[in-house]
Write a protein that binds this ligand. Structure first.
Ligand code: NAD
Length: 289
């Protein structure tokens, strides 16, 4: 397969490098120029002859700009596979535009972070036509370990933001519960041993425990170096609230989590720290402070 790859940042560069081991990949980025990937002069040039054009970009506005540039250049029947995390509305607009240009579009945001991109172990959640999903499945197999087809255009983004809204909320709940346990004199290891095998268990507690030295290895054991940075969690929470607003869904816990991560990132020391650093944040506070 001939692949165009646009957006060669922290995630895109290793994903493109994995594909380049077995496919012809032409990349483009306005800034980054990673080694080992053939580079084009423009996004349209990278997209022109490709069977599949992958985009891995910062946000929905940039995705829309790039889509407007590449869709007219792409060959008929080609597939635009967007792996960025963007708002549902932009994903659906780009898919409609692709269809108007005789193309197919799949939105397939990822979970797994830079480690997953490097090791080819990402999880993809995809929206778009089933035949296009089947065509790009071999690419998912190279870049990741799992791809779930979630339905029509935009549903990949919908799945991603619902998942990450749960993650943000459960991480905050886990961190505040650890601080309450501390203040009640409950040993953290005992707290973990009970909760991780009781009805309070979650990925945040069991797999990514925010308390240093407790549970499996996690960013808490590395001074909260990300991992998954708090500002990326804030981005996804904001997308969840944009979607909730547009769909008239009542999401009070998602709203509260968004406000807390916003405060943490913009007014406190959360930027650049893992999203589990909410635990030391709560430790340094008092009720109502
Ligand atoms: P990044 O900022 O490192 O990479 C984005 C790249 O896009 C940059 O190199 C930038 O120069 C390039 N770019 C911007 N505008 C462009 C344009 N018009 N044409 C071509 N290239 C352009 O970001 P990242 O960490 O690689 O994340 C990419 C996407 O993946 C984001 O949507 C992010 O939310 C999502 N994501 C990131 C992670 C993570 O851990 N980093 C995890 C899951 C999902």
């Amino acid at each position: 397969m001939k692949i165009g790859f646009i957006g060669l940042g922290n995630m895109g560069a290793p994903m493109a490098a994995n594909l380049a081991k077995s496919h012809e990949v032409t990349g483009f980025d306005t800034v980054a120029a990673p080694e080992g990937i053939a580079l084009a002069q423009s996004a349209a040039d990278a997209a022109r002859d490709a069977d599949v054009v992958i985009t891995m970009l910062p946000n929905g506005d940039i995705l829309r700009q790039v889509a407007a540039e590449i869709h007219p250049a792409m060959k008929s029947g080609a597939i635009h596979l967007d792996c960025s995390t963007v708002d549902v509305e932009s994903a659906r607009a780009v898919a409609a535009q692709a269809q108007g240009n005789g193309l197919s579009a799949i939105d397939a945001p990822v979970s797994g972070g830079i480690g997953g991109a490097t090791n080819g172990t990402l999880t993809f959640m995809a929206g778009g036509p089933a035949d296009a999903f089947a065509t790009v499945q071999p690419l998912f197999d190279i870049m990741g370990q799992k791809a779930v087809h979630c339905g029509p255009a935009g549903n990949g983004q919908a799945a991603k933001i619902c998942n990450n809204m749960i993650l943000g909320v459960t991480m905050i709940a886990t961190c505040e519960a650890f601080v309450l346990a501390d203040k009640l004199g409950l040993d953290r290891q005992a707290m973990f041993d009970v909760v991780s095998t009781s009805s309070g268990y979650s990925w945040s507690m069991n797999a990514y425990c925010p308390a240093p030295g407790i549970g499996p290895q996690s960013p808490a054991d590395n001074d909260y170096q990300p991992g998954f940075a708090s500002e990326l969690m804030l981005k996804d929470l904001r997308l969840s609230q944009m979607a909730a607003e547009a769909a008239d869904a009542d999401t009070p816990m998602g709203q509260a989590a968004t406000a807390l991560y916003q405060q943490f990132v913009e007014e406190e020391d959360g930027k650049g720290r893992d999203f589990s650093a909410m635990l030391p944040r709560f430790e340094s506070r008092h009720r109502g402070s």
